[in-house]
Ligand binder design. Structure first.
Ligand code: SF4
Length: 71
């Protein structure tokens, strides 16, 4: 059985919102998908901190900045 690597995930997570799902990426993705959103890691830090995780916001930022900020 695969063990959750939440400690490693947290090191790669740019989310600044206080949340119990931080580092538990499977729960994070499911939550935001149900909300019609994307997780924090799809947004650059200066946009993530505004907590608008909508797909519309992602498309807007992606068009402005390209894929370079996604790592
Ligand atoms: S991206 Fe969303 S679900 Fe994931 S840790 Fe941040 S606030 Fe929580």
């Amino acid at each position: 059985m695969k063990t959750c690597t939440s400690d490693i995930n947290k090191k790669n997570c740019n989310c600044t919102y206080p949340c119990s799902k931080k580092g538990i990426c499977c729960e994070c993705i499911i939550y935001h998908k149900r909300m019609g959103e994307l997780p924090a890691c799809y947004f650059p830090d200066d946009i993530e901190s505004g907590y608008d995780r909508s797909i519309d916001n992602f498309i807007r930022i992606y068009k402005q900045r390209g894929a370079g900020y996604l790592c």
